[in-house]
Every structure is written in C-alpha cells, then in structure tokens.
Design a protein around this ligand. Structure first.
Ligand code: PLP
Length: 375
C-alpha cells in the first residue's frame, strides 16, 4: 500500500525503508554481520558494546556526510533547538570577556526562530541585533555587508533556514571578511544534511533531529574544538559542551533510540549518494513547487526569490475562504499536514530529504486541479 505523502514541518516524514528496517530490528537487533543479540536497541545499556557500535557508526557516517573537519567535535545532546538557545550563550557568550563578566552576543533576525534565540540569550548575555528583516515581514535576508556587528560580540547567531517564514541563507556569511572577530553560530535545525556546509565560516552549528535527521529527542551540536571550555560557571554540567565532549556525549544517558534511528537515516543518505546528491534533488523539488506557485493565479509565496527556502515552502491561497476545502481535498488525495504555522497562516509544504520528487509532483498536480475547479 502506498503511504500518503507527509509534508509536516517537524517531526517530519522518514524514509519508508528506514521505518521498515527499524520495525524488523525492534525486538532483536542484528549487528553488522547479521547476528541477532537478543535485545532491542531501547533495552541496551548505552555503555555496552552493541550500543557503542551503533553510536560510533552513526558519528562516523555523519562526519563523512557533512564533511565535518577533524578539529570539530560532534555532540549528541538533548533539549532540542530551543534548549540550545540557552546552552549556546551559557557556553560561548564569555568567549571574549572571560566568564567573570557578562559577555556579548549578536543576532541577525530573519524570522521566528532567530527572534526566539535572541530573546532567550538575553537571559545570559548582553545581546545586540546586528541586522533584522522584521520590517519586511521576514521575507528577505539583510545582506551581510549591511550588518552592524558589535566589536565586543563573542559570536553572531543566525538561523540558516527559518522553518516558519520559509527563508534560507544560500551561503553562510564570512565574518572575518566583514572585519569581525566573532564566531558564527548557526541554527541549522531544519536544513541540516539537505546541502553542504562551509565549515571554514562556522564556529558552532546546532539542530534538533526531528526535521531532517531522525526522531525528536536528539539534538546535534557540531563545535570547533577551541570553543570548548569557556562556559559560564552557572552552566549546568550536562549542558557544558566541554563535559559532553570529554564524555563522548555520555555524561548523562544519551537518547539512545533516537541516535540509532538517526544512524539508519545516515546510512540511507549514503545510499542516496550523500549530501551532494540529495542537494540536487532538493533543488529540483523546490524549483518545481515554486514554479507552480509563481505561475498560478490562486497561490502566492511572498519570500524574495533569492532567499526562498528549499525545505519549507509557505504559500497562501489568494482566496482564504478556500483554505479548508484545499486542506480537506489534499488529505483525500493522500497529501498530509499542509496547514501553515499558526503565526503565519495559509499553507506550508516541507520538502525535507525524505520527501521524494514524486510527492512534490503529486502536490503540484493536486494544486493545479484544485485551481481549475475552484479558481
Ligand atoms: C524546530 C526548530 C527549532 C526548535 O526545535 P525544538 O526541538 O522544538 O526545540 C529551533 N530552530 C529551528 C530553525 C527549528 O526549525
């Protein structure tokens, strides 16, 4: 039976073959040689050889997929992107001031998520807005040359893909070229592993797993080694990057099943040809949908063309009275979770790695048919 296409923004659709593999391994996990160990992954000690092999493989596969340089540490944490909004300033805001003084952090506001990050960081550091597109309704990204970065800032925070507003950085800013000594901190929750990352520009990147990497409960942090060891004294031990790194992400019990599932996704991604291959597919999927929207009389997307997200495509019906009919017709056509975020309204189609081109083709056909019958 063909499962419906699921356009949820997160937690989001997973590749069907990954779910099938997890189901097969649920009661009795097999190692790489196929030998079953008598336990499911959820029942394993995180310090046993079975889980350690799952962990080591997942980390190695992720490092390979994202081409993470050897001077960066990969941390598997918990608390999601929202917890990182506090954990990052707790660890990095004092990079330049020393932990005795309240440090400085800068923010580029391009949508709901960066706005939240800015508000939370203010509890632990002095914050400053380097640039904002709020006045434009978060439909564009201020060019990096126009940013006013505080000379004392330890880091500049950006959200490289704004999940709710559908705005995506197509390249990461080069802070050094802008004359800043600040580190770049990137919330890449909703497009991690959908495209390559230029690590030479990044100090730290974080993301919740539930958009593009696996189930909720796992938070990925990739941090350059020299940024460890600068945490404020009030930073909880379990959230101190140095402590987490020193203990291979096992200072406290890690989210073992979520790490296992993410590991299956990494292997699936490698079978697809890796990040470069999936990036090509993501480009094609997004182009198809944006073209359908732009060429129609009924649908509209208001984001400036050069910063439209490939992952999250918000769109509106020019006649909002048709919203409910659009959504119920979509459900009947096997197209799920297209309702837009409550703060924006309208529709949103999330096209993460696990969404096949066929799913986007089915959505476009439905949209055209709906316009013919309701336009
Ligand atoms: C989903 C999301 C978050 C929040 O993640 P939680 O796991 O709910 O804390 C943060 N940032 C971005 C860009 C997101 O898409």
């Amino acid at each position: 039976m063909q499962r419906p296409y699921n356009f949820s923004a997160g937690p989001a659709a997973m590749p069907e073959e990954v779910l099938a593999q997890a189901a097969d391994e649920m009661l009795n996990w097999p190692d790489a040689s196929g030998k079953r160990c008598g336990m499911g992954v959820m029942e394993m000690s995180h310090r046993g050889k079975e889980f350690l092999s799952i962990y080591t493989q997942a980390e190695a596969d992720l490092r390979e997929l994202l081409a993470v340089p050897s001077n960066f540490r990969i941390l598997f944490m918990q608390g999601g992107g929202l917890a990182e909004n506090a954990i990052v300033p707790l660890n990095l805001s004092a990079l330049r001031s020393g932990p005795a003084a309240r440090g400085h952090a800068d923010f580029v506001l391009t949508g709901s998520w960066s706005q939240k990050s800015h508000a939370e960081a203010g509890r632990y550091s002095h914050t400053h807005i380097a640039a904002s597109s709020k006045a434009d309704g978060y439909t564009c990204i201020p060019g990096a040359a126009s940013w006013h970065i505080n000379a004392e800032a330890s880091y500049v925070h950006i959200c490289s893909n704004e999940t709710i507003n559908g705005v995506e950085f197509q390249t990461l800013p080069d802070l050094k070229a802008l004359g800043s000594q600040a580190e770049l901190v990137v919330d890449f929750s909703s497009h991690v592993a959908s495209r390559s990352v230029d690590w030479s520009r990044v100090g730290l990147a974080f993301g919740g797993a539930q958009k593009n990497l696996g189930p909720a409960g796992l938070t990925l942090v990739v941090v350059r080694e020299d940024l460890l060891g600068h945490a404020l004294s009030i930073c909880p031990s379990a959230f101190n990057y140095q402590t987490v790194a020193d203990n291979q992400s096992m200072y406290n019990t890690p989210p073992t099943y979520s790490i296992y599932m993410a590991g299956l996704i990494f292997q699936w991604l490698k079978r697809q040809g890796g990040v470069a291959a999936i990036e090509e597919q993501n480009r094609a999927k997004a182009e198809l949908l944006y073209q359908a929207i732009d060429s129609s009389g009924l649908y509209v997307n208001r984001v400036q063309a050069d910063c439209r997200s490939r992952m999250n495509v918000p769109f509106f019906l020019r006649n909002e009275a048709l919203n409910d009919a659009f959504l119920s017709g979509a459900r009947d056509a096997g197209l799920l979770q297209l309702k837009g975020h409550k703060s924006v309204g309208g529709m949103r189609a999330s096209l993460y790695n696990a969404m096949p081109l066929k799913g986007v083709q089915a959505l476009v056909s439905y949209m055209q048919e709906f316009e013919r019958t309701h336009g």
